[in-house]
Design a protein around this ligand. Structure first.
Ligand code: NDP
Length: 240
């Protein structure tokens, strides 16, 4: 059944792949972005999917953004909290800004966005909530105390929301990618990346489309019995 799906940070990388897979599944997909106008324009030109700009760390902006999307396209039945950033640094040198910005964009955003759609989903007795966490939320990573904390936080958040809303036809699940071939990973120095790939049993980075397919499963009608789950896609690098 076609649904309205909203993917945050959907103009590039993993988010863009998620949006494409959801579109291929027949859904009306709207994506958001923060500020890269060129990427957003290219995304809409190439895919025909609309992109709306706001900061997912801003509570009011999320409520207003979702309200305007729902007015234009209909009620959001599928929400993918994908937008994320890194501000890496060893904890003993990490600034308060680096900590706050990562928690705000990667974790508080999930509250802001879920809060904007949850009452509508409860009224309609249907919803699919999917968080994009990370391998590093489970295993930790030197230089990423802020990011790992935010990504681990998404798992506790999701399990709680899953319990609160299970009787309302709403599922909440997590997809935890390992190192995936996107601009975020392209920013990793080549020597470091080589070492990372050497630690991945399948011997390669993940592809964004692989993450998209996992999200599409959680978003499907058929996945109604799956809630509070975390699916790890990491080439065997971290087995839980
Ligand atoms: P990219 O950096 O390629 O894209 C990030 C997207 O998020 C962009 O669309 C960006 O918008 C948007 N965004 C960033 N900050 C905000 C904000 N405050 N408000 C709204 N939108 C925002 O990221 P990836 O595709 O690599 O990663 C996607 C998700 O997957 C993230 O949550 C990341 O942590 C996670 N992940 C990625 C892995 C990887 O290897 N790449 C591994 C594990 C998890 P704009 O273009 O305007 O800046």
């Amino acid at each position: 059944m076609p649904r309205v799906a909203l993917v945050t940070g959907g103009t590039r990388g993993i988010g863009a792949a998620i949006a494409s897979v959801l579109k291929d599944a027949g859904h009306q997909v709207i994506v958001t972005y923060q500020g890269n106008e060129d990427a957003a324009a290219a995304f809409t030109r190439n895919t025909g999917m609309p992109a709306q700009r706001w900061d997912v760390g801003d509570f009011e902006a999320c409520q207003e953004g979702v309200a305007s999307i729902e007015q234009q396209y209909g009620s959001v039945d599928i929400l993918v909290n994908n937008a994320g950033i890194t501000r890496d640094g060893m904890l003993h040198k990490m600034t308060s800004d680096e900590w706050d910005s990562v928690i705000r964009t990667n974790l508080t955003s999930a509250f802001n966005m879920t809060r904007a759609v949850i009452n509508g989903m409860r009224e309609r007795s249907f919803g699919r909530l999917i968080q994009i966490s990370s391998i590093n939320g489970g295993k930790g990573q030197m230089g990423q105390a802020n990011y790992a904390a935010a990504k681990a936080g998404l798992i506790g958040f999701t399990k709680s929301v899953a319990q609160e809303n299970a009787r309302k036809g709403i599922t909440a699940n997590v997809v935890a990618p390992g190192y995936t071939d996107t601009e975020m990973v392209a920013a990793v120095p080549e020597a470091v990346l080589e070492k990372i790939i050497a630690q991945i049993p399948v011997g390669r980075l993940g592809q964004a489309a692989e993450i998209g397919k996992a999200v599409a499963y959680f978003a499907s009608e058929e996945a109604g019995f799956v809630t509070g789950a975390t699916l790890h896609l990491n080439g065997g690098q971290y087995m839980t």
